[in-house]
Design a protein around this ligand. Structure first.
Ligand SMILES: *Cc1c(COP(=O)(O)O)cnc(C)c1O
Length: 407
């Protein structure tokens, strides 16, 4: 079989739409184009029926007992904004404090910052060197003014899975709401909103082989009944929590994507983890001084985040130009900032700048993994041949002890 280039190892940034998802969506662009809010004719009914079927599919994936608990949004960024700001506004009389942690997605961190500007207080918990939050730190941070705790299911850069069930239990015990950004974990690892005592959960279509621009917020309706203030007004769709005409084809695709994940999760996760392990083994056995970023024991199946000391991450990315990966330096800014996720885990700036995230998914193959391993071995060797620091490190000189300013 010939290998098709470029190779896509960036499935944590986005995934291709599964052909079965696309097939399910297509009729809703043309034949069944109705507005799901049109109650007076068959075009509307057909659209509404499809939307309600999708609601059941999404609810089932996360163990939500009532499909009505699912509120459609434009994606997880919007869902997270709605969850956090919606709680802040709705429960302001009760308190003014939020708890989250330092490696959350920007959707959460920037929303928290926004609340701080509006007079709320936010505690950002530390993580350990593997990126995990200690649930006891959550307990210690909760006060009688705390409204909500927000901790993600799994991290998008290092794949670290958080102990969300332990955190959820503590929140429930303390009578504090628990929001979970479940984008990276849902559909890939078991996640059940009842088992984890989750009251609000953000989900996205395009990380699980569904379309972009569609997502959902799970909002618990019973024990406790969560009340959130709408952030978008007009028309009162989605039980008044999120107005706007529904993206019917997108919702149908998102629902189908959830159904496929639920059906195939065990098999697929095992297959993707085996590919990831093959990649990890190939790199670590053939390239010296590598550093794994993340947590081997609690990690998403497709994630591999590795630092390649004595090779600049951007140079390696360029050298691997036929392989789509992400680097541990924020390419969002003009200046090359090391990833705040790696920094929070105590990874040095030097190591963070040499880090690469490989994220494998449903459509990757063994041939692709073997090709990337060979390519990385070759390119890292070339780049290190240019590095005097690598020579020194190999000779056993402790670079951290050198005074570079010595005359
Ligand atoms: C991608 C992602 C988001 C944002 O989702 P969108 O649907 O793209 O807005 C939020 N959280 C995590 C962990 C993500 O990976």
């Amino acid at each position: 079989m010939t290998l098709k280039l470029p190779i896509y190892f960036d499935n944590q940034a986005t995934t291709p739409v599964d052909p079965r998802v696309l097939e399910a969506m297509l009729p809703y662009f043309t034949e069944h184009f109705g507005n799901a809010a049109s109650r007076s004719h068959a075009f509307g009914w057909v659209a509404e029926e499809a939307v309600e079927r999708a609601r059941e599919q999404v609810a089932k994936l996360i163990g939500a007992r009532n499909p009505k608990d699912i509120v459609w949004t434009s994606g997880a960024t919007e869902a997270t904004n709605l969850a956090i700001k919606g709680v802040a506004e709705s429960y302001r009389q009760k308190g003014d404090h939020f708890v989250t942690q330092k490696t959350e997605h920007k959707a959460t961190l920037d929303t928290m910052k926004h609340l701080e500007k509006r007079g709320f207080r936010v505690t950002y918990l530390d993580v350990d060197s593997e990126g995990r939050v200690n649930p006891e730190d959550v307990r210690a941070a909760i006060t009688d003014k705390t409204l909500l705790v927000s901790v993600m299911l799994a991290n998008n850069e290092v794949g670290t899975i958080q102990p969300v069930a332990d955190i959820g239990r503590i929140c429930r015990e303390k009578g504090v709401l628990f929001h979970c950004d479940a984008v990276q974990g849902a559909g890939k690892i078991p996640f059940n909103v009842d088992d984890a005592c989750v009251d609000l959960a953000s989900l996205s279509g395009h990380k699980i082989y569904g379309p972009k621009g569609v997502g959902a917020l799970y909002v618990r309706r019973d024990k406790p009944r969560v009340q959130i203030t709408a952030q978008i007004d007009g028309g009162g769709h989605e039980r008044r929590m999120r107005s706007g005409t529904l993206n019917v084809p997108g919702i149908v695709g998102f629902g189908k994507a959830c159904e496929l994940c639920a059906q195939e999760m065990d098999e697929e996760s095992a297959r993707v983890a085996a590919l990831r392990d093959r990649l990890e083994k190939g790199l670590f056995e053939n390239i010296d001084l590598l550093h794994l970023n993340g947590c081997r024991a609690h990690r998403l199946p497709g994630n591999l985040n590795v630092s390649f000391p004595y090779v600049e991450g951007e140079s390696l990315m360029m050298a691997l130009k036929d392989v789509a990966v992400s680097s541990g330096s924020a390419c969002t800014s003009a200046s090359l900032e090391p990833s705040y996720v790696l920094t929070a885990m105590g990874v040095t700036d030097e190591l963070a700048h040499t880090s690469i995230r490989f994220s494998l998914g449903r459509f990757n193959t063994v041939e692709e993994v073997d090709h990337v391993v060979q390519l990385a071995i070759e390119k890292v060797r070339k780049l290190r041949d240019l590095s005097p620091l690598y020579e020194m490190a190999k000779e056993g000189i402790d670079l951290s002890k050198i005074d570079w300013n010595e005359k």
